[in-house]
Write a protein that binds this ligand. Structure first.
Ligand SMILES: Nc1ncnc2c1ncn2[C@@H]1O[C@H](COP(=O)(O)OP(=O)(O)O)[C@@H](O)[C@H]1O
Ligand SMILES: [Mg+2]
Length: 235
């Protein structure tokens, strides 16, 4: 079963002559453990797509099904959206968005505590995640004392905290140099392979998505599949 099925998703900002159709009838599906990349220039609608699928922004029309559950259908929302998001989706942003006064471990643990996990259990799993991310030695460090790459890996740990079936990464490597950016992307690939977590990653750097299963280009709000990659993975 697909993790996400998106059908005819549209998003229009504004009205009348000033209306901007940021997303034009986007349709696609993502399977468990699939690595999907979304490439496109600034302003092409990449963030809008991620925000609409996760219902952080309300779509204008279309349908979204996640884990077999219809979460959006032409203006109708079928679930407690915030809770659904917390339990099913992990987010990674361009800037890491860590809480500055919490150390690496607690930045991850708090994501679980919000979901009702006991603080002790949350800290234990946070340490396991830091170990998995090769960051155990930085567990008690504050974000400001970590490098950009380390901060982004803590953000990945936070995204993984509640074992989501889906990770959305919006330009996760944009603030990193190529070496650190590549490392972050390798980590996302490993997570998809080992934990069967589907990843939708937005980037404008094609070098970052080597080995991805599916590549979509987004051009003025319209989603176009990269046929070369589609052929090579189905062959
Ligand atoms: N909240 C908003 N209000 C009005 N227009 C918006 C809003 N968010 C995005 N847009 C417009 O939608 C288009 C796509 O934006 P966005 O999804 O942020 O692009 P990208 O992430 O690819 O850079 C742009 O034309 C942008 O100006
Ligand atoms: Mg964007």
């Amino acid at each position: 079963m697909s993790i996400v099925v998106v059908e005819g998703l549209r998003k229009v900002f504004g009205q009348g002559e000033l209306a901007v159709e940021a997303l034009k009838e986007a349709s696609f599906s993502v399977e468990p453990g699939e690595l999907m990349a979304l490439l496109g220039p600034s302003g092409s609608g990449k963030s809008t797509l991620l925000l609409c699928i996760s219902l952080i922004q309300e779509p204008t029309s279309g349908r979204i099904t996640m884990n077999g559950q219809k979460i959006y259908d032409n203006g109708w929302t079928g679930v407690d959206v915030r809770r659904f998001r917390r339990e099913n989706i992990g987010f990674i942003f361009q800037a890491h968005n860590l809480i500055p006064f919490l150390n690496a471990r607690d930045n991850i643990a708090i994501a679980m505590e919000i979901n009702g996990v006991h603080p002790k259990a949350a800290r234990k799993r946070a340490l396991e995640l830091l170990d998995y991310l090769d960051l155990l030695s930085r567990a008690t460090s504050l974000p400001a004392t970590l490098s950009g790459g380390e901060q982004q890996r803590v953000a990945i740990g936070r995204a993984l905290a509640n074992a989501p079936s889906l990770i959305f990464a919006d330009e996760p490597t944009a603030s990193l140099d190529t070496v650190r950016g590549t490392k972050v992307m390798e980590l996302l690939k490993r997570i998809a392979r080992e934990q069967k977590t589907a990843v939708i990653a937005v980037t404008h750097d094609i070098r970052m998505i080597e080995g991805f299963d599916t590549i979509y280009h987004i051009v003025d709000g319209r989603l176009v599949i990269d046929e070369a990659v589609a052929k090579s993975t189905t062959a």
